[in-house]
Design a protein around this ligand. Sequence first.
Ligand code: BGC
Length: 762
Amino acid sequence: MRNGISLVAIAFAAGCGATAPAPSPSPVSSARGARADRFVDSVLALLSLDEKVGQLTMAPAEGMQTGPRMPNGGAAQVRAGLIGSFIGVTGAAETHALQRVAVEESPHHIPLLFSFDVIHGYRTIFPVPIAEAASFDPALAERSARIAAREATADGIAWTFAPMVDIARDPRWGRIVEGAGEDPYLGAAMAAARVRGFQGEKLSDPESMLATAKHFAGYGASEGGRDYAKAELSERTLWDVYLPPYRAAVGAGAGAVMPSFSAVAGSPPHASAWLLRDVLHGRLGFRGVIVSDWAAIEELIPHGVAATRGEAARLAMRAGVDVDMADGVYPDSLAPLVRNGTIAPALVDDAVRRVLRAKYDLGLFADPYRAATPERAARVILSDANRAAARAAGRESIVLLKNDAHTLPLSRSLRSIAVIGALAGDGRGAIGSWAARGRPEEAVTLLEGLRRANSGTDVRFAKGARPEGSDTSEIANAVKLASDAQAVVLVLGEDAERTGEAESRQRLELPAAQLALAQRVTRAARGKPLVVVLMNGRPLAIPWVADSVPAIVEAWYLGTEHGDAVADVLFGAYDPGGKMPVTVPRATGEVPLYYAHTNTGRPFKAEDKYTSRYNDGPSTPLFPFGFGLSYTTFSVSDLRPSRDRLRAGDSLGVTVSVANTGDRDGDEVVQLYVRDDVASVAQPVRRLVGFRRVSLHPGERQPVSFTLGPEDLAFHDLHMRRVVEPGTFTLYAGSSSDATLAAHFTVVGDTLVLAPATPRMQ
Ligand code: BGC
């Protein structure tokens, strides 16, 4: 206890609460940083080797009582100073009880860190991350993350394993649902916003928690979209496509990074000093904690780069993995390896410093409980305000994919609506793939949302078919319901449990039973309003539906307020304005399919065989990246670069004008793309460099301006330098990635080198 008091006192004296180190710290923040470092060193000096390893050990909640790696029980190990953090222990009372043991009974009274996967909400669940990316509104993602942090911290959590910032261009990969989609620019904007939301202005604020950018790096490139498979990608693609969201997350101050399960070019990131030390620390300037993924240190053995757990520990420590999540490799092996001279003590000390610094920055030495109490939890968690925010986020994340003949919005005077599809009544589906402490029974299902929205309408429900499986026995009922009703809402998609980790798919097409349901219900609904609502965590290849159904709404999994948000859109209380953050393929065989591809020497031409295409189906997307309709219409015009010639280091102003040309209020996402026409390395046919979501009344026009800096025009050249090369560039602006409004400018003078050659891949 004596030490505990003195540590707390030191923390107070040091003005506890320094924020994460900024790239160029002000004199005040560097003085604060130096004080924090002195404090951390003073704590480190107290620790035995075993206690140091304890700080690097994250124990899983499940193992606390019975797990083989904690035979004495979690509390006993905490008392002995052998655990630094927990994953999965939640609740103000539960965390308080363990924290009390740590700060009152452990040798040096060092507080524990409680971590949890708070991915898209804690108890109030927000849209899944790919859905929020469809809002093209980073401020929205920041707000959701902030609310998630407020709820989770009230329940004792100080560390989340989010945001997931992996670019994903292969929707067979189930984890595409956890990220912001296929585009590095959108991905970077969302990554930074989410980090800001989780961490707030100051980590020491008891409503802030440490964010973790994951999974570093290239996880989304897992071969064949198969989870955990190796990623075979070039260094250039890694730097130009997969790393920008990490750069943004680190720039926003992310306190932690988690390496990926998937080997990059044969080297598992948990053993890659190149990736973690040279790239992440060295080039991206990351100074925070590197936490292993679940049991991923031990998995260096099946990867085939370590023969024993000891070797796995040595590789991970050498690579720079600070904290071992769940597999017990560090606690079993690190101390003996240091004692026998295999691992330098300084490596362990540095890792412990980073953990202690995170604890210090979070204010844990000042208030180990971070003011988490059951009363605070009861006040904050699932509050009306949080639910309202989730509903607003849900509405903004919806994408209107098709709306022939103004099928939508539905009339409020309909006497009856048939709602068909098992997902419509599924609370689990509503809250989506990684719902932390969210509860299906607290979610508004689509069916409930529609019923609540219109008391005068008789809303009838038939399951029709489950999203997976082949049972068609209930289709006849659904067809009957559709024939009898005045309008039909048909809900198609995939079970939320079929998205996320370890949920790779071979087929993005609808399974046979769902397709049969869609076909028969569409026939029965001929002549009446028919709307397909998609609930899914990845783009699905639905060519038949896209051709045959008059209206399609991409609703994803919108969280606790799913049903209300969808009902707001279907009945026109809210005019949808989201855009697809991923390209939708026509067939699984087209993937990976993304808008920012390179041209090839033989770009696709439908009428020319010897071009880059498939011979058994169209080679174009069903819906392009950035696409989404509205109940009103917009026009984007007057694309103007501020000048037509500039030097490589200059920035360029670009303005464009957007007008609401329809008769309803609505949102448009104005998008700006650039193409480097001729470069030393083939560049994408276009890539996103700016976007703005604007709300306009009918007839209203608004100028939108962007500033492009050298980073927006840069790429990695043949020597792996980050450069802006002279030459002509084409700008495109509009409401989707297939925008045709174009303008040109020229960069003159010499090549600008923004960064020297990257450290060579090893
Ligand atoms: C996932 C991580 C997650 C961790 C802890 C792993 O299986 O890959 O994203 O943070 O589990 O739950």
